[in-house]
Design a protein around this ligand. Structure first.
Ligand code: SF4
Length: 322
């Protein structure tokens, strides 16, 4: 226990773990994940205080995606039973954002399926962003691969943060997606950052990746200097190639969060889809493992739980929703 706490104390002062220390972290048996908690919590407190960031999303455009990401219910390559629809009307998206804000959620993201958006769709999203920003809501967007001019338009409209997941580690990505390269993902993250946007980029875990892949991903995110890391845990979707994947346990989920916190001490680590299904009774321990944020409400194609329940859990833990 003391070994990892000492590592965290040094990390809080700017120290970067050596290869040997990273290896020790990875090789810790899942049953001993709790040994990482004091250091992970120390780092969270040091860089994020006891404030837990809460965000919510809307699935603004659903399904019919040309890409073949193996975990995704929205890919046109898979036979899933989700509802599919074009971009929601701006008034509908704004209403959903205001509804979340009225429940205390300050960050609201518009998420669309597909590789990118048409010019006209980007302008509709800009309209929503202007309205949300004017009401004091921090708008985010996750719209796939965009051009620099489109990102600039979004920023000018008041976009605060762009989200673009890397999905997994570079070494595992070809097993998950064959229709585009990893470099397209990292290029989009860089472009958003170079446009002056805050960047949120993370992954889905439980796709079949190893803990070495988790570390590899963390190193890429560090190099990209992302601001926030959304952490999703796979809930296998019938009709996708990963429908029978069942590789996560609550302790593995917690260890993944710990690895990310030790490797990315300053970043927001936001626990998103699959948290309830995969962590079960251990779900509140995500904060001891270093998480500093939660996505609340519904997810893209599945129901989540109510904002009030998440807020209650956070305050019951002695933390504060930010
Ligand atoms: S993860 Fe995104 S790019 Fe991949 S299939 Fe789903 S919607 Fe398309």
């Amino acid at each position: 226990m003391q070994y990892f706490l000492d590592l965290a104390l040094k990390t809080a002062q700017g120290y970067i773990l050596t290869d040997a220390e990273q290896k020790t972290l990875l090789e810790l048996p899942y049953q001993e994940t709790y040994r990482l908690f004091p250091g992970a919590e120390l780092l969270r407190r040091n860089f994020c205080a006891d404030k837990i960031k809460i965000c919510a999303i809307t699935n603004a455009k659903s399904g019919r995606c040309s890409e073949d990401c193996a975990f995704c219910a929205q890919s046109a390559h898979h036979n899933t039973s989700i509802s599919r629809y074009p971009l929601k009307a701006p008034g509908q998206m704004s209403l959903e954002g205001r509804n979340m804000a009225s429940q205390g959620v300050t960050r609201f993201s518009l998420v669309t399926s597909g590789k990118g958006l048409e010019a006209e769709e980007v302008q509709q999203v800009c309209q929503v962003i202007r309205e949300l920003a004017s009401q004091g809501i921090s708008p985010c967007a996750s719209l796939g691969v965009l051009h620099k001019e489109q990102l600039q338009d979004l920023k000018d409209a008041g976009l605060n943060r762009y989200h673009h997941n890397l999905e997994t580690a570079p070494g595992f990505f070809p097993s998950i997606c064959t229709t585009h390269d990893y470099s397209q993902r990292t290029d989009t993250v860089r472009l958003a950052r170079n446009t002056g946007l805050s960047v949120c980029s993370g992954a889905v875990f439980g796709l079949g990746e190893s803990d070495v892949h988790v570390l590899e991903l963390a190193l890429v995110l560090k190099e990209l200097a992302v601001d926030a890391v959304p952490v999703n845990f796979l809930v296998p979707i019938p009709g996708t190639p990963l429908e029978n994947n069942d590789q996560l346990t609550p302790l593995r989920c917690l260890k993944i969060i710990c690895i990310l916190r030790y490797m990315l001490p300053r970043q927001e680590i936001i626990i998103c889809g699959g948290r309830l299904e995969n962590l079960g009774e251990l779900h509140p321990l995500v904060f001891m493992a270093g998480a500093s944020g939660l996505m609340t409400g519904n997810y893209l194609t599945r129901q989540g739980r109510g904002v009030a329940e998440d807020m209650q859990m956070i305050t019951d833990l002695g933390l504060e929703p930010a």
